[in-house]
Design a protein around this ligand. Structure first.
Ligand code: SAM
Length: 507
């Protein structure tokens, strides 16, 4: 078993060199299973920042463009034309109809079914067939995530239906082209299983294949203008995908922990060190600033370094319920405001929308809440007259830099209502984790860490809001008194007339 693991790594590295890759003698593909990290790339000698670690020709990348399947589809279109059959452009169905993710899944299934005949066979032998990503968790295991919004993002049923409607259906119609010659057609369920495997591999190992760094258009600040990731062609880049990852640091967390990045050349892709790396250190990529819930969903692992990027989602319907109850809003007015906000593209109409709360940065209350969330609450809180006036002018209210007191109170209430959706408290989870020890790869431990991360954000947001509400209320009352205004109404005490200094909504 042990030898098998190493033999596969060695055969893969030898195969990659045959494909024209050049690999620095200062790195090796290492066995990191003892720390639950599978294979990984480790430095065998000191490496300087900007040093090239390996270069892979674009032709060795497993993509739709490089696949034999695309050549077969081209041939198919020609055959149909010469046989004077009605021209059915299967290639167009395949490329445009399926999109980058499904078309690569189909190509990988084709190459996999070719077995040792496939150019990428040695590569497949080191790619996983078992996953810890949420798609493969049982419902009991998923229950440990409690009220985390990530559960709604797994989409197992939806994905399965998509595989059925596209991949299985297409293979059934065009078996002779879409399966390698001589393959007996697998059953639908086998095809679905295979599609899940390839889809999961792409999600955790695939790259969005950007154009060469020189070709990428630059915006005014000199950053490359990225195409929508969803529509970038996807590809499997051997060895680049053997790098494990840690995130960059942030203002709270300090320096980053990754040290390498893939650069896109015209005919090659090059992994370079972004920092100096010492002999024995792991070479780590950056999968992006993902919250641990998403890391678990896409990659099936988490590390505490990602905690800085955790989020907790508050749904629009929860916000509407809380504001309606606290401010006794009329249903009709709420519906009118929601329709107006959808029209003004404050949010996308249709799907249930949610807003992410994040860790406060340096205890700054405002830093936990997005401008979209604050605007949403501000519009709901507008009194009828103010709202009608803005609507008539086709405008939206300004979201002020300082949180409005009434918005802060709603936010505090939301943190409480959201926390109550989790059946255990943060304190109970902390105790549980201490009892469970540090097997960081157990699904239950990972789930408890994810849900605790979300509860910790709710606690922190609530704490900064409490302080903010107390201080702001004090200063508002103080200022009102100083100007001789009634604390409750903001009206001039002497004249009982219009407010002199503050135009206040009732808090
Ligand atoms: C792109 S692959 C990296 C190669 C992988 N370790 C392997 O053996 O095939 C991504 C997968 O590696 C694992 N991984 C990545 N970074 C990790 C880390 N910092 N700690 C533990 N596992 C990690 C996760 O299982 C993830 O889905």
């Amino acid at each position: 078993m042990e030898g098998d693991f190493q033999n596969k790594s060695d055969a893969f590295m030898a195969w990659l060199r045959q494909q024209g890759a050049s690999i620095s003698p200062k790195i090796e593909l290492a066995d990191l299973r003892s720390r639950g990290a599978g294979r990984g790339v480790v430095a065998t000698a000191d490496i300087e920042a900007d040093e090239e670690l390996f270069t892979i020709p674009r032709s060795a990348v497993l993509t739709v463009e490089n696949s034999e399947l695309l050549t077969r589809l081209r041939g198919q279109a020609i055959e149909e034309r010469t046989a004077a059959l009605p021209v059915h452009d299967l290639r167009a169905d395949f490329l445009d109809g399926l999109g980058p993710w499904l078309s690569l899944i189909l190509v990988m299934m084709y190459e996999y079914l070719k077995g040792p005949e496939s150019r990428w066979w040695q590569y497949f032998s080191i790619l996983p067939s078992k996953f810890d990503t949420l798609m493969f968790w049982s419902s009991d295991e998923l229950d440990e995530l409690q009220a985390s919004a990530v559960r709604d993002k797994i989409g197992k049923k939806f994905t399965e239906q998509m595989f059925r409607d596209n991949i299985v259906d297409m293979i059934a119609k065009h078996t002779n082209v879409l399966l390698p010659t001589g393959t007996s057609e697998p059953k639908a369920e086998e095809l679905i299983g295979m599609a899940h495997r390839m889809g999961s591999i792409i999600m955790a190992y695939g790259f969005d294949l950007e154009k060469s760094d020189n070709e990428n258009e630059k915006d005014e600040e000199g950053f490359a203008e990225e195409e929508e990731d969803e529509w970038l062609p996807k590809g499997m880049v051997p060895l680049a995908d053997m790098l494990n990852a840690e995130p960059e640091g942030n203002i709270n967390a300090g320096a980053g922990w990754n040290n390498a990045r893939l650069f896109y050349g015209e005919s090659t892709l090059t992994m370079k060190a972004t920092k100096s790396i010492q002999a024995g250190e792991e070479v780590l990529n950056d999968y992006g600033p993902l919250p641990r819930s998403d890391l678990l969903r896409r990659y099936g692992y988490i590390t505490s370094k990602y905690a800085q990027h955790d989020v907790v989602e508050i749904s629009q319907s929860m916000i509407v319920d809380v504001v309606t109850a606290d401010h006794k809003l009329k249903k009709k007015m709420v519906e009118d405001k929601l329709a107006y906000m959808a029209e003004k593209e404050v949010f996308e109409d249709g799907d249930e929308n949610g807003y992410d709360l994040t860790h406060p940065i340096w205890k700054d209350t405002r830093s936990c809440f997005s401008e979209d969330l604050l605007l949403f609450i501000t519009v709901l809180l507008l009194d009828d007259g103010e709202y009608r006036q803005l609507k008539r002018k086709g405008k939206l209210p300004e979201v002020e830099m300082d949180l409005q007191l009434d918005v802060a109170k709603i936010l505090k209430r939301l943190t409480e209502v959201r926390a109550a959706q989790y059946p255990t408290t943060a304190e109970e989870d902390r105790k549980l984790l201490a009892e469970m020890g540090d097997d960081t790869t157990s699904r239950k431990t990972m789930a408890v860490q994810v849900r605790l991360g979300e509860k910790a954000i709710l606690e922190e947001c609530r704490d900064v809001l409490c302080v903010y509400i107390e201080e702001t209320s004090y200063w508002q009352a103080f200022n009102l008194k100083r100007h001789g205004l009634d604390e409750e109404t903001g009206f001039d005490l002497e004249t009982e007339g219009r407010p002199l200094v503050f135009k206040r909504r009732k808090l």
